[in-house]
Design a protein around this ligand. Structure first.
Ligand SMILES: [Ca+2]
Length: 512
């Protein structure tokens, strides 16, 4: 790794640092009243009614959006040969898979902000609560969220589980305060079954039989227990989602149902049956397991290490590393089974033929690559996740593309394939032409950010710009990929990518 680049355009970096500071204001959790949850924009703000009066686009497809927490692209259909993911693979076979889908932020809250607003946002997990507070105060214009947009176009909108950052979309100390709404005006119903975990905060990191994370050091980083799917919260979330599908399909209105599964988020707990496919196999080696030597977005895996690791370190202990990876895999297979139950319920509801299905991972996860166990970096492992889309008018099935796509593209895409106007304020672009016209294409470069750095992923390179001006440049056409920083050797490319990143920063800060 080379020393930090001392570059003549350092004034640009200073500007960027200032922009970052502006974007990293202290989080505040403002109180939100129930009244605000009824919607925040006048009806005539939207164009849906007029459109319907013109007599076109009357029949609208329903939307089923399945969000899977911390799901890296470890699906058999994405090339992970050791994985058991039959239900997500079946969806891929009937849909369109984006093999190079990148999220815009490598953490739950800010990534879901971009999904649910169609805009770049703050880098913190509190991003949507910050938005709710701005809405409450009325200090600036806040555009409607994706569910609110669909709601105003005649859709019944329902969320079940972890769709926004807090499962159920409420704030307060246990995330169950109905006067403190994460996405005001978004949902007709926002549901979170807590079962024996007492409250959404308990369910979020729950292990079997109602174990709640109070002191993470006392909680096992992984666990398998013999029993049914309902041993863990996702079994309950899935059941409620299935019931909602039955209900919504009978209501005669188009619906937008978002379901958020918690696994494979830490701690890695799943029923024993889902571990069994991995019990006796040897996983493929971890690619590039070494910690980078120069300055990067590497971190010390703090979220992972807060749990009880029994004194072991997966970077030093290959047997333990294998067990961590197998338990992550078990959680993916458990989540996959829940996806299967939901898709079966959709079929049984009779609504499958006019329902769009989207499966989305909110970001990736390092399982030892670059010596990291977790997310939050700006390497491919943190930013790449599955995106599978199936819609009734798709010309062919079982298509895959390596073209670049971003989470930010999902909002305009869903509008485009459901017959709803694409709002002017979204910052992504519809993926429908790629799916409809079967154009191979290359997609578009994806901009992503944390509080400390931002990055642009092109088809050939990843470029990372830190707030202090340090840069990383990786060549994805070279075998070293993201293990060799070549910034010092390519000053012209660094200059042009810096300019492009700064333009994206401006786009982003225009909405903060
Ligand atoms: Ca997540």
């Amino acid at each position: 790794m080379k020393r930090p680049l001392n570059y003549p355009i350092s004034w640009l970096y200073s500007l960027l640092a200032l922009l970052f500071l502006l974007g990293c204001k202290t989080d505040h959790q403002g109180q939100q009243t129930e009244a605000k949850d009824k919607g925040h924009l006048p009806e005539d703000h939207f164009m849906g009614k007029e459109e319907e009066q013109k007599g076109h686009r009357i029949k609208r497809n329903n939307i089923l959006l399945i969000c899977v927490d911390d799901l890296r692209p470890d699906l058999l259909s994405y090339g992970a040969g050791h994985m058991q993911t039959p239900h997500m693979d079946a969806l891929a076979q009937s849909g369109f898979s984006f093999l190079n889908h990148f999220v815009n932020a490598p953490s739950c809250g800010p990534s879901r902000y971009t999904l649910l607003t169609g805009q770049y946002g703050p880098p913190s997990n509190n991003a949507l609560f910050q938005r709710a507070q701005a809405l409450e105060k009325g200090e600036k214009k806040v555009e409607p969220s994706m569910p609110e947009w669909f709601r105003s176009h005649g859709f019944t909108t329902v969320s079940v589980g972890k769709v926004s950052h807090h499962p159920g979309g409420r704030g307060g100390s246990n995330w169950n305060d109905s006067t403190f709404i994460e996405m005001p005006g978004a949902w007709d119903r926002h549901l979170m079954p807590v079962a024996e975990w007492e409250h959404p905060r308990g369910a979020m990191h729950g292990l079997a039989r109602g174990e709640i994370r109070e002191n993470a050091q006392d909680m096992s980083v992984y666990q398998t227990v013999n029993g049914p799917d309902s041993l863990y919260p996702d079994g309950h979330i899935t059941k409620v989602a299935m019931d909602q599908l039955t209900l919504l399909s009978k209501e005669g209105k188009p619906f937008f149902l978002a379901v958020g599964l918690l696994k494979p988020h830490l701690p890695f707990g799943a029923p024993q049956a889902y571990y069994e496919p991995y019990d006796s196999i040897t996983l493929p080696p971890i690619p590039h397991p070494k910690k980078p030597t120069g300055k990067t977005t590497w971190h010390d895996s703090g979220e992972f290490k807060q749990y009880n690791l029994w004194g072991r370190d997966p970077n030093e202990d290959a047997v333990f590393a294998e067990e961590v990876r197998k338990h992550y895999a078990a959680c993916v297979t458990y989540a996959d089974a829940q996806v299967g139950r939901i898709l079966t319920a959709l079929k049984e509801s009779g609504a499958a033929d006019n329902t769009i299905v989207v499966l989305w991972g909110d970001h990736g996860w390092h399982l030892g690559e670059h010596g990291i166990w977790g997310k939050h970096s700006l390497f491919d492992e943190s930013l790449k996740s599955p995106l599978i889309i199936k819609y009734p008018e798709m010309p062919t099935t079982n298509k895959k593309t390596t073209a670049l796509a971003a989470t930010l593209d999902i909002f305009p895409t869903l509008c485009d394939i459901s017959g709803v106007d694409i709002p002017q304020f979204v910052q992504g672009s519809s993926l429908r032409p790629m799916m409809q016209d079967q154009k191979e294409g290359v997609g578009h470069a994806v901009f992503s950010y944390t509080a400390k750095a931002c990055t642009l992923r092109t088809t050939t390179h990843r470029f990372i710009l830190h707030t202090d001006g340090h840069v990383e440049l990786y060549d994805h056409t070279a075998p070293e990929k993201e293990t060799l920083n070549i910034a010092m050797d390519h000053p012209q490319l660094v200059t042009s990518l810096t300019q492009r990143v700064l333009e994206k920063c401006n786009d982003r800060h225009a909405h903060l």
